[in-house]
Write a protein that binds this ligand. Structure first.
Ligand code: SF4
Ligand code: SF4
Length: 383
């Protein structure tokens, strides 16, 4: 792996002074096994995998309170032992568990105990948006608590991971409290692009997750593969090259679960110019066209909601578009099965054909017929 070590590209993470590898290790999909009726991390294998990643030049590992059934932090702690000074380690505050001001320090201390570390380099407020900014973070003075934690040396930099409409990011950046942002960005979902540029201009570091669409592109999809027809690249490789060719991206986090996946990603991240300007423009044009096609089916506006039977109509159509527009059947099926976990709701099979949604759709989509098609294509006939 020595050749990767020489080649791995490092970038400054905003104004933090940290030099971060272009590829980060997301410890959310560690190898698991079923034991005693529950899922547990295969600890030895996971530690070996992360050590392999570090030896390949990856110097950033990210975990969170809840990853891998709550076991990820402890395993990451084991995997960084002896290498602490060479690595950037981050974890995330489960903001939804904060009910009062003191919960911040209680949770952070618990996380440091799990990690068996004296401090983390980056501490994220996990998955925040406009609502949690006001209803939890500002209400319970968590930014002051974070500053206290920073002074005590428990965290070096406060950051946030983001799950909301892009326009909500500006207010969070403008608090001036954050050193970096972690947000969703990939070939299929470029919604945060302008806000990432804003974050960068304000001196924040920008780390993106889901560079291969949370695994969505991790399946052969003819449309994606054919974006660079003259080169034999896999869809995940192309997806990662696309993300890393955005100059506002300091690091792409990838949730890796196998050595081969680490090796493949490291090879891509070691390239200084993952895509030429011409290739980028070509890809953008094709993806814009595909996105336009996807919107003809459903814009995701949500006016059809609520459905009396809690069907998550726009998410059903979004999953279907992965198949219909991008040709990613396995990815569409995988996406479909997660519908309803969050936000709560139900899949297309719960539709009773009552029809009350159709009058509310500005696109005049025949929602009932379309949902039946979604169920047939993604959910199996008998669901
Ligand atoms: S037709 Fe189906 S999706 Fe539409 S409101 Fe009725 S149950 Fe919900
Ligand atoms: S109202 Fe129509 S376009 Fe909007 S989310 Fe519902 S189905 Fe899609």
């Amino acid at each position: 792996m020595a050749h990767h070590l020489l080649n791995m590209h490092h970038r400054p993470l905003g104004k933090t002074g940290l030099q971060i590898s272009a590829l980060g290790f997301g410890a959310m999909r560690l190898p698991m096994q079923r034991r005693g009726g529950a899922e547990h991390v295969r600890v030895r294998e996971a530690v070996r995998l992360m050590r392999h990643a570090y030896a390949s030049g990856i110097n950033y590992v990210d975990t969170a309170y809840g990853y891998c059934a709550g076991e990820s932090e402890a395993v990451v702690g084991k995997a960084v032992r002896g290498l602490r000074d060479q690595l950037i380690v981050s974890t995330k505050l489960p903001v939804w568990q904060v009910k009062k001001r003191a919960d911040f320090m209680r949770l952070l201390e618990e996380q440091l105990r799990r990690l068996a570390l004296a401090h983390v380099d980056i501490y994220y407020l996990h998955g925040i948006g406009a609502a949690s900014l006001h209803n939890t973070i500002l209400k319970h003075h968590l930014l002051d608590e974070a500053e206290k934690a920073r002074r005590k040396g428990l965290i070096r930099f406060l950051s946030f991971s983001f799950h909301d409409k892009p326009e909500a990011m500006k207010e969070i950046i403008d608090t001036g409290a954050f050193a970096s942002v972690l947000c969703q960005y990939n070939l299929l979902d470029r919604a945060n692009e302008a806000m990432m540029a804003y974050a960068k201009a304000q001196g924040l570091g920008v780390i993106v997750m889901g560079p291969v669409g949370g695994g969505r592109l991790g399946h052969p999809g003819a449309v994606i593969r054919d974006l660079l027809p003259k080169q034999a690249v896999s869809s995940p490789e192309l997806a990662l090259r696309f993300v890393l060719s955005n100059p506002n991206v300091d690091c792409a986090l990838s949730g890796m679960s196998a050595v081969a996946q680490v090796d493949e990603n490291v090879c891509v991240a070691a390239q200084r110019a993952p895509l030429s300007a011409r290739e980028q423009n070509h890809i953008r044009r094709v993806m814009d066209k595909l996105q336009h096609m996807a919107r003809l089916y459903c814009t995701g506006c949500g006016y059809c909601l609520p459905c009396p039977h809690e069907v998550r109509i726009p998410e059903c159509f979004e999953a279907m578009n992965l198949y219909r527009v991008y040709g990613l059947l396995a990815a569409a099926q995988a996406r479909y099965t997660t519908i309803g976990n969050w936000p709560k709701g139900r899949r297309a099979d719960a539709c009773t054909q009552c029809g009350s949604c159709e009058a509310k759709c500005p696109q005049h989509i025949q929602i009932r017929a379309q949902l039946a098609e979604v169920r047939r294509a993604l959910g199996g006939e008998n669901q």
